[in-house]
Design a protein around this ligand. Structure first.
Ligand code: RB5
Length: 150
């Protein structure tokens, strides 16, 4: 199950992603918003973040105008590794190396065609272990309150 969320600036991309998932038979839960009326992106970031860290959904996708604000909000929730993606390589590597669990994109900066491609890459790329496990564990330490590795 993939958690989906957006504000008004990302509504176009999430609508296209839902259609894409419907065509491919990919299960998703849409946490809103459900129109282009102005809303506050932290609300939807929290809904998707909690669904992912709580285990209801394996991965999430969040879209706002740039992808930036909604990723900042999501990353405040413990256990979230949300990544703003704007190229194919980033979509792949943030899964492989950062073990990103939420893909963030911007409806005002990314075309529907590119967003669907980043989505497919993100969902189809596995996490790599090895040296990356240690670094992701360090991200978890930051989540748990440490502020330095010195
Ligand atoms: C909303 O106008 C806009 O600020 C929001 O979608 C997002 O781009 C923030 O980072």
């Amino acid at each position: 199950m993939i958690a989906l969320g957006c504000d008004h600036g990302g509504f176009n991309l999430i609508s296209a992603i839902k259609k894409h998932f419907d065509e491919q038979g990919i299960a998703y839960k849409d946490f809103g918003t459900y129109s282009e009326d102005s809303v506050d992106y932290p609300v939807y970031a929290c809904k998707v973040a909690n669904a992912v860290v709580g285990g209801e959904c394996e991965l999430g996708i969040l879209c706002c105008g740039t992808g930036i604000g909604i990723s900042m909000a999501a990353n405040k929730i413990k256990g979230v590794r949300a990544a703003v993606v704007s190229n194919d390589f980033g979509a792949e590597m943030t899964r492989r190396h950062n073990h990103a669990n939420i893909l963030c994109m911007g409806g005002r900066v990314t075309s529907v065609e590119d967003a669907l491609r980043y989505t497919d890459i993100f969902l189809n790329t596995p996490e790599e272990g090895g040296r990356h496990d240690k670094r992701v564990a360090m991200l978890t330490e930051l989540d748990n309150g440490i502020t330095s590795f010195d």
